[in-house]
Design a binder for this molecule. Structure first.
Ligand SMILES: [Zn+2]
Length: 120
């Protein structure tokens, strides 16, 4: 079975489902069914989300699986959140302690840098 197409290959707009079929008895149901928010994501983005769940929300783990830098994985996650229709985090958000500790664990920043970021 082919993976689900999430955007129109002709114009790039969102798709919806109009026909469903039972695997066992092949009963078909027609109508207009939404793919939901996750259905707005590209196949690559859905794979990223699956990896994020597999890694129990740990972006460092996703970065390791994808063999990319933490910051790359982090910005892909931001793109996915935006694609789902959620806005950016509040401008006055305090530094993300978890993200700082993740970066420290990945040795992207020093202990001194982590302490400085945590205090800011
Ligand atoms: Zn059936």
């Amino acid at each position: 079975m082919n993976p689900l197409l999430t955007t129109c290959p002709v114009c790039g707009e969102a798709l919806h489902v109009i026909r469903l079929e039972c695997d066992a008895c092949h009963t078909a149901i027609e109508g207009r069914f939404t793919l939901g928010r996750l259905g707005r994501l590209s196949r690559e983005q859905l794979e990223f989300v699956e990896l994020l769940l597999k890694n129990r929300g740990n972006i460092n783990g996703v970065a390791g699986d994808l063999k990319v830098a933490y910051n790359t994985a982090r910005s892909r996650l931001d793109e996915i959140v935006a694609a789902l229709g959620y806005g950016p985090p509040a401008a006055d958000a305090r530094p993300d302690r978890r993200a700082i500790l993740d970066r420290l664990a990945a040795k992207e920043i020093s202990v001194e840098e982590a302490l400085r970021l945590l205090k800011s």
